[in-house]
Design a protein around this ligand. Structure first.
Ligand code: FES
Ligand SMILES: [Fe+2]
Length: 439
């Protein structure tokens, strides 16, 4: 457990807060590209406690500026999309993409007041289905050459969903390799079917023919190790099978708030946990295919059946007990909340409360990833406070274009040499990949 003061330091995200200032040193997902694909591309964005409006002008350029008009605070999401920016419908003040007020049509004709009026604005870029914002000081960092950024657009699908809780507990479930044996346990193993496309844990484990669901269920005590890397943490979970083989699952924490994990034999998941404010977050996931192009329409339809627009709100949520069914819990699933593992994760993190009270937790051996991550975050908070930004992961001299991967996969070691088995399976996947996935 940690003190209340430490919990506040690790969780709060507004400007000037400890963790909030660390998160502001990295690109943050602000919206899906899908959200701007409409006749009037203007959407509200709440990010790190700040109310913003994202828009695309007639020339196709993106802008992200403060949501409330600097005149008297009206909502610029209702603004007139004109020329290079947004015009407030209240008194006609016009703001360009940099947030600069360029016209005040009701003020005296010779007034130069507008030259001194500027809304906040943040740099935004588009990458493989997500629009990213940089809300920190100085020049934004480069993007690493991770698989999800490097793969062609045809091989990446991005989606998001809202969780009603603080970002840190959402992130911490992703670096807890033990929970999959319980929270996501299916009491029966489904056959591999077409229906499994784009879903997690529907493959058999590596080349064993053992359904992943069975393996996770039968071996609930993984041996977990954590190594620090130049992008965050690498977690290795070993499950020693009765037949002498070892199942190895490699996952990653990518600093500061994402995870890189295998989804199936063909796809990986890179997932950011993005605070809207202290008590709400979105997960943004990039699904990267190492084989065929992604079936984007199918993957989007699958997920839109579980979410309502425009907020990407999950249809199963606390208000309907996440679809909890006690009969299902007795015979089919560990949670009684259906087969969608995303709902299980959502229940786990939302049911902790808006901000988990970590003064009351009791971490065990399987929580080693969480313990190591919090140590990194604390070090990063200190570094930002002391102006030592070069001490932050991926802010040092490292050329980020040389940062590949990260490797995440499931493999089987027949002879106990799990690190070789994992490396071999990754090499096989990358060498057969139609885009250049070499590392
Ligand atoms: S409040 Fe926006 S122009 Fe007056
Ligand atoms: Fe999970």
């Amino acid at each position: 457990m940690i003190s209340q003061q430490m919990n506040d330091s690790l969780t709060q995200v507004s400007q000037g807060t400890d963790a909030g200032e660390v998160l502001r040193r990295y690109w943050q997902p602000a919206a899906l590209l899908d959200e701007l694909e409409q006749a009037r591309p203007v959407v509200p964005v709440k990010l790190l406690g700040e109310d913003l409006v994202l828009f695309r002008n007639g020339e196709g350029d993106l802008g992200l500026i403060g949501r409330h008009c600097p005149h008297r605070g009206a909502d610029l999401c209702y603004g007139r999309l004109e020329d290079n920016g947004l015009r407030c419908p209240f008194h006609g003040w016009h703001f360009d993409r940099s947030g600069q007020c360029v016209e005040q049509p009701g003020e005296p004709e010779d007034s130069r007041m507008h030259e001194h009026i500027k809304s906040v604005s943040y740099p935004v870029v588009e990458k493989n289905g997500i629009i990213w914002a940089y809300m920190g000081p100085g020049t934004p960092p480069a993007f690493p050459n991770f698989d999800c950024f490097r793969a062609p657009g045809t091989h990446v699908f991005a989606f998001k969903g809202h969780w009603q809780c603080n970002w840190l507990q959402a992130m911490e479930i992703g670096i807890d390799p033990a929970h999959a044996s319980f929270l996501h346990r299916f009491l029966q193993d489904a056959e591999e079917t077409e229906d499994g496309y784009g879903k997690q844990f529907r493959d058999s484990a590596a080349d064993t023919g053992i359904p992943m669901t069975k393996l996770l269920r039968d071996y609930p005590r993984p041996e977990i190790s954590v190594e620090e890397t130049n992008y965050g943490l690498r977690l290795t979970a070993l499950r020693h099978l009765d037949n002498g083989q070892t199942h190895v699952r490699v996952t990653n924490q990518i600093f500061p708030q994402s995870i890189g994990i295998p989804m199936s034999r063909n796809m990986t998941i890179t997932q950011w946990h993005v605070p809207t404010d202290d008590e709400n977050c979105y997960w943004y996931t990039m699904f990267t295919s190492f084989t065929d192009p992604v079936d984007r329409d199918l993957m989007r339809d699958q997920r839109l059946k579980e979410h309502s627009l425009p907020g990407y709100m999950p249809l199963k949520n606390a208000s309907n007990n996440y679809g909890y069914d006690s009969a299902e819990q007795a015979s089919e699933t560990y949670t009684g909340m259906g087969l969608d593992i995303n709902v299980h994760d959502q229940w786990a993190v939302e049911s902790m409360g808006a901000i988990q009270d970590r003064t009351q937790e009791h971490l065990g051996k399987t929580d080693v990833g969480i313990i190591r991550y919090r140590r990194m975050l604390r070090a990063a908070i200190e570094a930002v406070k002391e102006g030592r930004e070069e001490a932050l992961p991926m802010h040092n001299a490292l050329d980020l274009t040389t940062l590949f991967g990260p490797v995440s996969n499931d493999a089987i070691a027949k002879d106990g040499n799990w690190s070789k088995a994992s490396a071999d399976s990754d090499t096989a996947r990358r060498s057969a990949c139609p885009w250049d996935a070499s590392v």
